[in-house]
Structures are given as structure tokens and as C-alpha cells.
Ligand binder design. Structure first.
Ligand code: MN3
Length: 217
């Protein structure tokens, strides 16, 4: 998030074939090297003529794009959002493990949603119901029950301007799954769920709770 122009493509913390069989090597590789890379390239291209904004971090660009000149604000919104969202999507996955190790987060999920199975059903339905292209997120939200909320965003919009704290997100653009699942988004989502990096989500959640209490929220 501290990175600024000139942005570079984030390395994945796993091999392209590490998410098989749920996501094939081909799907992950094309998504990363072509789609994710294109957002990086387009963001750099937008900022090249504007040295005064080249010190802005990705977080500043996705939360303050409205302050930019009209000639680039939409392009920055879409492409800084695209870089940010793909970073979070890829970091939010990991090769599947036998057990979910996320004690604090699992407790909060049960408090907020009853059971883990109920949470799973709600999340998968929200993600399946995103109209067109977008993302479904699990976020920390101090106003929500147990501090957790499921939200969806259209296009490449992020949850950061809403003051929410992303734990993980799933990309429901067709390019994320079409090569493997064709038009069967619910099947992609069911399999993506096995790839959630629960350990990372738990670390972010614990950190979020700590900040929340220290700010009296
Ligand atoms: Mn994508």
C-alpha cells in the first residue's frame, strides 16, 4: 500500500499451479500476468504526465481519486482500484490446508452469522448475486455485529473509501474464472472458498480489532 508511481506488478506468494485443482495454472497465470499487469500499466500511463501525483500511494489514489484532474480521475479510480483489488484477491488465497487456523476470526463469524456454514452460504450468495463485474468482500466494520460485514462493490471499486477494513475478497469478473468454469460463477465461488487464506485474514482481523479498541470504536 505504501508503493507509489512507478507501480510494479506484485509477485504472487505461491506458484501458478499451487491453487490447483480449484484454480488451474492457466487461469492464475493469465489473470496475474495479463489482467493484473494491465491495471498496473494503465495506472502508470495515467500518472506519467502528472508528476505532482506520482508520490501518492495506492491507498491515496483509491480513496482520493476525486481530487485528481477530470482527465485522469476515472482512469485512476478504475486502475488503482484494479491494482489494489487484485493485490488483495491474490494475497487472500493460499494453497488449501486441512484445518482452518483463524481462532479469533472464526469466533467473530459465529457471533455474527450463527454458524460457519451459515456464513459460507450468505457469502457465496452475495458473491454470486453481484450484477456484472465486481467483488465480494469480508470486511471489518465497527458498526456491524461482531465487527464483521459482507459487502460487494461494482467494477474495480474498493471498500477503502467506505472506511472498511478488507480481510479478503473474491474477484467475480468473468476473466477470473471463465477459462476453467465458463459461465458457472457459483461453481467457481464454491471452489475459491477452499483457497481462502484464513491465517492471513485472522492476522488482519486481530490487528483491526486492536486498532478499533484503541480508537474507542
Ligand atoms: Mn480480475
Amino acid at each position: 500500500m505504501e508503493q507509489h508511481y512507478k507501480f510494479t506488478l506484485m509477485d504472487l506468494p505461491y506458484a501458478y499451479d499451487a491453487l490447483e485443482p480449484y484454480l488451474t495454472e492457466e487461469v492464475v497465470k493469465i489473470h496475474h500476468t495479463r489482467h493484473h499487469q494491465a491495471y498496473v500499466n494503465n495506472l502508470n500511463e495515467a500518472l506519467t504526465p502528472y508528476p505532482q501525483y506520482q508520490g501518492w500511494t495506492l491507498e491515496q489514489l483509491v480513496t482520493r481519486y476525486q481530487e485528481l484532474p477530470l482527465s485522469i480521475s476515472a482512469k485512476v479510480r478504475n486502475n488503482a482500484g484494479g491494482v489494489n483489488n487484485h493485490n488483495l484477491y491474490f494475497l487472500g488465497m493460499a494453497p488449501p490446508k486441512e484445518r482452518i487456523e483463524a481462532p479469533q476470526l472464526l469466533l467473530a463469524i459465529e457471533e455474527g452469522y450463527g454458524t460457519f456454514e451459515d456464513f459460507t452460504a450468505v457469502f457465496l450468495k452475495e458473491a454470486a448475486d453481484v450484477f456484472g463485474s465486481g467483488y465480494c468482500w469480508l470486511v471489518g466494520d465497527p458498526r456491524a455485529k461482531a465487527g464483521l460485514r459482507i459487502v460487494t462493490t461494482p467494477n474495480q471499486d474498493t471498500v477503502l473509501p467506505m472506511g472498511l477494513f478488507p480481510l479478503f475478497t473474491v474477484d467475480v469478473w468473468e476473466h477470473a474464472y471463465y477459462l476453467q468454469y465458463l459461465n458457472k460463477r457459483p461453481e467457481y465461488l464454491k471452489n475459491w472458498f477452499y483457497l481462502i487464506n484464513w491465517e492471513r485474514a485472522n492476522i488482519i482481523f486481530v490487528n483491526y480489532q486492536r486498532q478499533r479498541y484503541s480508537r474507542g470504536l
